[in-house]
Design a protein around this ligand. Structure first.
Ligand SMILES: Nc1ncnc2c1ncn2[C@@H]1O[C@H](COP(=O)(O)OP(=O)(O)OP(=O)(O)O)[C@@H](O)[C@H]1O
Ligand SMILES: [Mg+2]
Length: 269
């Protein structure tokens, strides 16, 4: 099977254990994996140390996103394609998994259009139009490059930074990037690894949910998870058979999730 696995910055921060990477090694004996990673909170911490406090904006749909101006995209690129990507490469190489770190800029892996304007809701609840900054929407994926890497038995580890039509770097969300890649490559499963056991509603972990059941619960889902749910729907509509949202902590975290013993499974229906 081809699995697209997004490693949430949240789990990498709390110290993704060698358990997780050892488990990945086991799974990779019979499956191919393409990794996408997050790391937003590290970007925020380092930006702050550099004296560049980060601003977050809220869309009318309720999505919170980093306002990415010129300085921010530079810091974002340093931390994400540098620190975070290489941290994962080292953990995989330690397991003997041959890995190649790539941002969407490399080989024009992820092409995107820059969002010219953003509609945001200000503190008083009023809608405002602001410059889009360096954020984008993926329009094309260099599939050939990914297939070539996989064919040589290397594992791609992708930083969610895309290349604009004007050859600038654009911040694209990690969960959405993973979903786009999963659809584009016809992956079997999309797995979103994070710091919670799955989708939680009324303090309970939902073990399985169908796309048709999601609309009514969307208002109850908070920041972080709502992006995952939207990305999951996108992946399932694009032909992916199953999405799993699960924690990267504990023993054999990914194997348990693939066996439906942990996490939230989302399917079409
Ligand atoms: N209904 C919900 N069920 C589970 N988690 C929820 C829910 N609503 C909000 N969350 C939050 O979503 C968070 C996970 O998303 P978050 O964006 O913080 O992590 P990540 O995507 O793994 O990391 P990164 O964004 O850096 O890649 C959880 O830690 C939790 O606080
Ligand atoms: Mg997130």
């Amino acid at each position: 099977m081809l699995l697209i696995v997004k490693l949430g910055g949240s789990i990498l921060k709390t110290g993704a254990s060698s358990e997780l990477f050892a488990d990945l090694k086991e799974i990779m004996k019979s499956n191919k994996i393409i990794f996408v990673h997050g790391g937003g909170s590290d970007v925020t911490d380092i930006a702050s140390k550099l004296g560049k406090e980060q601003n977050f904006v809220i869309s009318p749909q309720g999505f919170r996103s980093r306002y990415t101006d010129k300085e921010t995209i530079e810091i974002f690129t340093m931390v994400m394609a540098g620190k975070m990507n290489k941290k994962i490469i080292l953990a995989l190489e330690k397991q003997g998994i041959k890995s190649i770190g790539l941002s969407g800029l490399d080989g024009s892996l992820l092409k995107a259009v820059r969002k010219k304007r953003l509609i945001i809701v200000d503190k008083r609840g009023r809608k405002k139009v602001i410059d889009g900054g360096y954020t984008g929407k993926i329009i094309e994926i260099n599939k050939d490059l990914l297939w070539a890497i996989l064919k040589k038995n290397y594992t791609p580890v992708i930083t969610p930074i895309a290349i604009s039509e004007e050859y600038e770097p654009l911040n694209v969300d990690g969960d959405r990037t993973a979903a786009e890649i999963a659809c584009n490559l016809g992956a079997d499963k999309l797995i979103l690894i994070t710091d919670v056991e799955g989708l939680i509603l009324n303090k309970k972990i939902i073990s399985k949910i169908k796309t048709s059941e999601i609309d009514s619960i969307l208002p109850e889902i908070g920041q972080g998870m709502s992006t995952k749910i939207h990305s999951s729907i996108k992946a399932l509509n694009g032909g992916v058979k199953e999405v799993i949202i699960t924690s990267g902590a504990g023993k054999k975290p990914l194997s348990s999730a693939l066996n439906h013993k942990r996490g939230t499974v989302i399917i079409n229906g």
